[in-house]
Design a protein around this ligand. Structure first.
Ligand SMILES: [Zn+2]
Length: 109
């Protein structure tokens, strides 16, 4: 039973990776299909308790959990004052800030 669950997780992760790869391609011609694919991938992650790598997590808005793609429904800016990357969702207006740290600061911590 336990081994079966691990196998299910493995298959789910493969399917999530395929769905996310396809959703970025299909967004070029139909955004509704891309949104549906992203939603299915997210549902699989929640059902099988999967943690996606950072790059894959960034395609979801942290506010409304919808698919966000730069240039389509998201805006990415670099902030000089905060030294951060700002990702704004143009659907719900949520602003996600990723603070950038220099190499010297990272070595100290
Ligand atoms: Zn949003």
């Amino acid at each position: 039973m336990r081994r079966n669950r691990a196998r299910q997780k493995e298959i789910a992760l493969q399917r999530v990776e395929i769905l996310i790869e396809q959703c970025t391609d299909s967004a070029k011609f139909d955004m509704s299909i891309a949104r549906r694919q992203a939603a299915i991938a997210r549902t699989l992650c929640l059902r099988f308790n999967l943690r996606l790598p950072y790059e894959m997590r960034q395609i979801y808005c942290h506010g409304c959990k919808n698919l966000i793609l730069p240039g389509m429904n998201a805006r990415i800016r670099l902030s000089k004052r905060r030294k951060a990357v700002t990702i704004t969702c143009l659907d719900c207006g949520f602003i996600y800030r990723k603070i950038l740290r220099s190499y010297s600061e990272e070595e100290q911590t």
